[in-house]
Design a protein around this ligand. Structure first.
Ligand code: MD6
Ligand code: FE
Length: 211
């Protein structure tokens, strides 16, 4: 299969954006089972943007903080607004893998407090955005993808910058920091895959230092 890729160094797709192809592919089923368990405690939901639009990706979180959005804005919250309870614990294995990938990408001292889990049904997308709700932009964001593939649109420092298209597939890991940390990015509408008739979703996990 892709065993030649395992343990391979990442490809730098932009300054500070390091791509590890298929790094977690063999663990995908385990990750998805764990995500399902998290979702029994903190269900996937469609949040509202401050402007009142429904976000097409369904979201939940695990960890000490979770990313939330509603009419009042985007922020991190220690409790799930639906239950009022803390978010489910971040599984030790998620945390360990995120830290390891960050280290291999050159970011030591990464200590994620939040894991945002996005679930995209077919047709769901995410518009170009920057991730700027965190306090310390010297800390990277680590992203794991599972399930259906996505076309990731990866731009530059301004919204008008040209975007490159990067295919994110099952088990791909992305570490973003440095100059790329505030680059605009988005997800093109997710397509069904005739070769995977039982895959109805794409899942993306992003690990963040919040404070
Ligand atoms: C996604 N990801 O892959 C959306 N943001 O579904 C993001 O918006 C993202 O993957 C910051 C860093 C890594 C990401
Ligand atoms: Fe983002």
């Amino acid at each position: 299969m892709n065993s030649a890729l395992f343990g391979a160094p990442p490809v730098e797709v932009a300054e500070g954006a390091m791509f590890f192809k298929a790094r977690l592919r063999d663990e995908a089923a385990d990750y998805l089972r764990t995500v399902e368990k998290i979702a029994t405690e903190a269900p996937f939901r469609h949040m509202l943007t401050p402007g009142g639009q429904t976000i097409s990706a369904a979201m939940t979180n695990c960890g000490d903080f979770g990313w939330v959005s509603d009419r009042k804005g985007y922020r991190y919250a220690a409790a799930d607004p639906i239950s009022g309870k803390p978010w489910p614990l971040m599984p030790e294995r998620f945390r360990r893998e995120a830290i390891k990938a960050a280290e291999e990408a050159g970011f030591t001292n990464f200590s994620p407090e939040a894991c945002l889990i996005n679930r995209y049904a077919i047709g769901a997308k995410m518009g170009l955005h920057q991730d700027r709700d965190e306090a310390d932009f010297s800390q990277p964001i680590v992203s794991f993808s599972f399930g259906l593939s996505a076309v990731f649109l990866f731009g530059g420092a301004t919204r008008r910058d040209k975007t490159q298209k990067i295919i994110l597939e099952e088990g791909d890991v992305f570490v973003w920091g440095g100059a790329a940390r505030l680059f605009f990015h988005g997800i093109a509408p997710i397509k069904a895959d005739a070769a995977r008739p039982n895959s109805n979703y794409r899942f993306n996990l992003t690990f963040r230092r919040v404070r």
